[in-house]
Design a protein around this ligand. Structure first.
Ligand SMILES: [Zn+2]
Length: 215
């Protein structure tokens, strides 16, 4: 099963994607991470990425598609994959559709996590992070210890990240909405989009996700 997962930044998409990979035994295809890894590997494709990325330019879609094609041919991805962060535009969606078709596959389901901006602001602005081990806290739901000592690593570097502000979150949310709508519309025409309520406990959202996938 090939799935696209959408969700605004800060909506918990990464966590749900991880659960999905376990549930479906299909890897996550996060193109941003894959491009950085390919660039570091020094492969022919990685060198091409480097040319664009060093110059601060967008990597052309055909190179990204080539990377995805390589990844989908690996054993663990032959039965399906979960796409995260790609496609971001309608031309990219069309290119991905064509690539999958050439492999006898297609996007079977598009899941969009629906979380209102107010809920994301509350989640992100209340977030505190341990710089030493990555443990996260929330001022309301999982407050950091009053002595400031991290429960996981005993370090004393629990902070609010610079970008975890209402202003940054709002801007990213608007960018996400503007980018996602046309891509969702592309797949809505095929009747495979499921919008699920992304507000609530992790387990509740996961249950809705399973239901949307017919599992
Ligand atoms: Zn820690």
């Amino acid at each position: 099963m090939d799935i696209l997962l959408f969700g605004p930044p800060g909506a918990g998409k990464g966590t749900q994607a991880k659960l999905l990979t376990e549930e479906l035994r299909a890897p996550q295809i996060a193109t941003g991470d894959m491009m950085r890894a390919e660039r570091q590997s020094g492969s022919e494709l990685g060198k091409k990425f480097d040319e664009y990325m060093s110059a601060g330019k967008l990597v052309p879609d055909d190179l990204v598609i080539e990377l995805i094609r390589k990844r989908l041919s690996q054993d663990d991805a032959k039965g399906g994959a979960i796409f995260d962060g790609f496609p971001r535009t309608v031309p990219q969606a069309e290119a991905l559709d064509a690539l999958l078709a050439s492999m006898g596959r297609q996007i079977d389901r598009v899941i969009a996590l629906d979380v209102p901006l107010s809920a994301i602001v509350e989640r992100v602005v209340g977030r505190r992070v341990c710089l030493d081990c990555g443990q996260t806290y929330h001022v309301s739901y999982n407050p950091p210890p009053s002595d400031g000592v991290c429960v996981s690593c005993k370090g004393k570097n629990i902070v609010q990240r610079k970008d975890d502000t209402e202003e940054v979150v709002s801007t990213r949310f608007e960018q996400y909405e503007a980018m996602t709508q046309p891509v969702l519309a592309h797949y809505q025409a095929r009747g495979i989009v499921k919008v699920i309520d992304g507000v609530g406990e992790l387990e509740a959202v996961t249950a809705r996700l399973r239901e949307a996938l017919g599992r």
